[in-house]
Design a binder for this molecule. Structure first.
Ligand code: CA
Length: 239
């Protein structure tokens, strides 16, 4: 298998080198960028398997790079390193389309677990859809899996990486009821014990973007006491 290509944009030399060392152990080919300008340049120079972005950088910060990368049609997994644990950073990082974030100071084992979870998720997507291209339709919603784009009534609807993964998961299992714990497992990809409420808030945000009336969901419906499912009826109307 080809080595995975990882870009690390981090101005703290010690952290950058520690990451490079551990990524090498995972058989990745690592490129380091020490400021936002170099990061921005490298980010678009080739197709990365993963971009690790520090939030605070000299020059353009991690959020600007993340935002710019997400405007591209080619999807690249992004892991953010945030320097403080404020909710704002967390929300901003994920709202702008990062796949995951780790708060500094972090343990290297925790960070590598997140990296592996992202690789596993990408790998299973590649295995299931070797060609990469697939379009799914649910009523007025069209999902382009290779470009990770969603259209609602033929209008592009920007979704965060997690919202996209959630929608895709439901779209691939129409009518199947998932508990919050199962969704955490399949969509978030690693242990999030006790974080079931994050599922609820992501579902609500997703509904506000894709449901004709988010107060009366018709696409992703609540199954009381169990969890959520994609209404198979809405899927059948698609054809
Ligand atoms: Ca920094």
């Amino acid at each position: 298998m080809n080595k995975r290509k990882v870009l690390v944009v981090e101005d703290e030399k010690d952290i950058a080198e520690l990451l490079a060392l551990h990524l090498h152990d995972l058989d990745c080919k690592v490129t380091l960028a020490a400021d936002g300008h170099a990061g921005m340049r490298h980010a678009f120079a080739q197709n990365w398997d993963l971009v690790i972005l520090d939030l605070r950088l000299p020059g353009p910060d991690g959020l600007s790079i993340c935002r710019t990368l997400r405007r591209e049609s080619h999807y690249v997994p992004i892991l953010m390193l945030t320097s403080k644990s404020s909710e704002l950073d967390r929300v901003l990082g994920l709202e702008l389309g990062a796949d995951d974030y780790v708060t500094k100071p972090f343990s290297i084992s925790e960070l590598m677990a997140r990296v592996k979870a992202i690789f596993r998720r990408i790998e299973s997507l590649e295995k299931r859809f070797p060609g990469g291209a697939e379009t799914l339709t649910i009523g007025p919603i069209t999902i382009d899996t290779s470009g990770r784009q969603v259209l609602v009534n033929n209008e592009p609807m920007p979704l965060t990486a997690r919202e996209f993964d959630l929608l895709l998961h439901f779209a691939r299992h129409p009518g199947h009821v998932f508990s919050r714990a199962q969704l955490l497992d399949s969509v978030w990809g690693y242990g999030h014990d006790g974080y079931e409420h994050t599922v609820n808030s992501h579902i609500n945000r997703l509904r506000s973007k894709i449901e004709p009336d988010p107060a009366q969901p018709e696409v992703i419906v609540t199954v009381w006491g169990v969890g959520y499912k994609l209404d198979a009826q809405s899927g059948m109307q698609a054809a």
